[in-house]
Design a protein around this ligand. Structure first.
Ligand code: TXA
Ligand code: MG
Length: 317
């Protein structure tokens, strides 16, 4: 066990110092909290995989604070990258690029690419700037658990196991960044997120597809290794319904049930269903030992592909 330093916002240099010494430090971003290490310190990155229990074939996103640092980590950058960066950086978009040989293979999990993102959270940007190199940062949760959207979530998973945490406010977006790749000028979404398909298409003036892994190809052929893991799941059973009627008919009415929906007139232990609070409620369900989380989708939720993706993963759909 180590002491996890709780670093206040006006002492960000302490977090930078720890990162430069090869330690792991959690920090807020606009999407979810990340646990970070310098991209060039392999031993620090090994610690991230170890404390998360993350499979070594799942690559990490490199977080940058300006486009000037791109050349250290990526090469052969296609034109579409700059169009997207101009519109969405800083913000919740990660773009996969060919990596330079300076990026350690532990970051890319052996792939020849690196995912690049410029977070918009001022503390994250300032921390990257102080460290002076990009930070790799997966979501700050034990592998397979819901991501962390507030400090207490991070401490629940990592107190005593990481050197520090930057004390920020709850995450604004609440779900992870959109991950895209660019192949021969074609842009494809590997993970839906806060930046939507329509916004990407409008910016690029071209079609953007969403990659959907077919059920029987789980394994080597997936372009984004993270896809094959069942993610974002609490210990409670998560059931998914597309109408209130269906939910009423099929529920076996467990004694301790949480219902997430925006439908009016649903009775019981009902909480709102939205991206910003989704992980919060999944984690609450575990903390308070709920038996079941019942999710009843409504028209607005159905339109949110990022949120729907997380709902389906949580329910093992
Ligand atoms: O919003 C976010 O993206 C958060 C915050 C902390 O920035 N980070 C995050 O990281 O969600 P993580 O490691 O939990 O998810 C990264 C996802 C994984 O599904 C991973 O497989 C995929 O991005 N990924 C990373 N690098 C990749 C690469 N080179 N090729 C394909 N997929 C990649
Ligand atoms: Mg994650």
């Amino acid at each position: 066990m180590m002491q996890t330093q709780k670093i206040q916002q006006n002492q960000l240099y302490k977090a930078a110092e720890l990162l430069c010494q090869g330690e792991v430090v959690a920090f807020p971003t606009e999407t979810v909290y990340g646990i970070g290490a310098s991209i060039f310190l392999e031993e620090a990155i090994q610690k991230i995989f170890k404390v998360k229990g993350r499979p070594s074939d799942n690559p990490l996103i490199a977080h940058i604070c300006d486009l000037a640092s791109l050349e250290q980590i990526a090469e052969d950058v296609p034109a579409q990258f700059y169009t997207l960066a101009e519109r969405f950086f800083p913000g919740p978009l990660s773009i996969i690029l060919p990596k330079t040989k300076e990026v350690p293979s532990i970051v890319s999990a052996g792939l020849n690419t690196v995912a690049v993102r410029m977070p918009s959270h001022p503390l994250a940007l300032e921390l990257i700037r102080l460290v002076g190199s990009p930070l790799v940062a997966p979501s700050a949760n034990l592998s397979g658990k819901p991501s962390s959207t507030q400090v207490s979530h991070v401490l629940d998973d990592f107190e005593g196991k990481i050197a520090g945490i930057v004390m920020g406010e709850p995450s604004k977006e609440g779900i992870e960044s959109t991950v895209v790749r660019i192949i021969n000028g074609k842009v494809e979404i590997l993970r839906p997120g806060a930046v939507h398909q329509e916004e990407l298409e409008a910016t690029l003036q071209q079609k953007v597809s969403i990659f959907t892994p077919s059920k029987d190809v789980f394994g080597e052929t997936l372009p984004s290794p993270g896809m094959k893991y069942r993610h974002y799941a609490p210990s409670a059973r998560v059931t998914l319904f597309f109408s209130v009627d269906e939910a009423l008919k099929q529920s076996n009415f467990p004694s301790k049930q949480m219902i997430l929906t925006n439908h009016k007139g649903v009775v019981g232990n009902v909480f709102p269903l939205n991206a910003a609070s989704f992980y919060f409620y999944l984690r609450l369900a575990d903390a308070e030992r709920y038996e079941e989380v019942q999710i009843i989708c409504d028209p607005i939720t159905l339109l949110n592909k990022g949120l729907m993706n997380r709902i389906q993963k949580a329910s093992g759909f």
